[in-house]
Design a protein around this ligand. Sequence first.
Ligand SMILES: [Fe+2]
Ligand SMILES: [Fe+2]
Length: 413
Amino acid sequence: MHFLEFCVMNNIFEEVKDNRLPCDSYAMGSKHPFYHKLKVNYKRNRKQDCTELLDAVAADFCYQDCQNEYWHPEEFSLLYGTRLWQQSSPSQRIILNQLYWVAYYSQIISAEIATIFFNQTSAAGLYAQEDFRLVCDTLDLESSQERAHINAFKIICERVEASLFGRRIFSYPMRSPFSETMIFADTNRLKSWWKKVQLHCFGLLSSDNTFLACQYFTVRGLRTLNGKIVQHQLSRYYQNYVDKNQVPIPSKISYYHFLDESFHFNSSTIISQDVINCLPKPTKFEKMVANLGIRGCQKDHYHFSVAINGIFWYDPALYSAIYQVLTSNIFGMDSREAKEIMLACFTTESEGLYRSYNTHKEAVESYKVYIESLDYIWPSNREMSLMSSNSIDKYLAVQKRLFSKWEKNHENL
Ligand SMILES: [Fe+2]
Ligand SMILES: [Fe+2]
């Protein structure tokens, strides 16, 4: 063979080898056990997809048909276990139970709008590698399910609020994925702007970085885990109902949603904890961005709310909404009465406050277990030290300070 010919061949060979090496090291490969796990999860999710059921029940929803019933267990009611709950009549308690549903799923709408966007940017980042079609198909299916979830929640929330108050209190018009995910957050214009910048950056980075795309699912898994703690209990109401034809539509929606979300949680876990093993080790920069994402989740979930057990809202941001509920026809309080009861609910210890705090503690413990096997996690994230640093005493101190401030501002309006 001519020397030149040999060199050309060798170069071609080298080129092919160079092209293959990165593919081989990134490729998920259908022989991996987690490829099989992901495939089973995808197939089952498609088979049990609740989209049509959710669309059908949501379209049928008429508030008057179920306005006199509880929609889930009593302890998941707005301001349950507080002075307001103790002094409410049976019919007011039913409304507080339904308003928990409205408030809870209004928050889920916001989280799912963000999920749809990051499913797409992450799918773009993962599809750049060999053999990732299955992951992307899974994410496409999940995004379309989220749109059905949002539609169902939105219909119920809006019809209930229109019927009870004639205006929005917890619900809101469609919003961008770059808005604050927590709808009642400890924020201001500067913080919201900064959050928006961070979300934009993460979207850009994850769409062109396989590790970060993969590790978005750690954060998504943590957030879904938080949802599972409460949604499992909400969904059991449907399961325990004897005559399934008589179940209130919102209870059915809680159940169907929980079924879909169980598959989403599985895929988050497989992608963030198994698929990561077929990627190269993260760089320092990638580790930092992934840890900042988890830190952001700790920040978002730092607070707990006496008004709504299981959603980590910042209660001072909620005062005006609760005031509107109390001064509406349902409770018929005047301004002084409403403020008095709010002072008791938000600034003193109660069974409701302890329940919310315990859910927060349960979340901290389950988050720690969830990220245990990942080796790039900062100690402060591994211990969830920011989230665990909140306490009943700190909660009460914040409420005492900010409630009187809110009251003064309110008088000046
Ligand atoms: Fe969902
Ligand atoms: Fe989901």
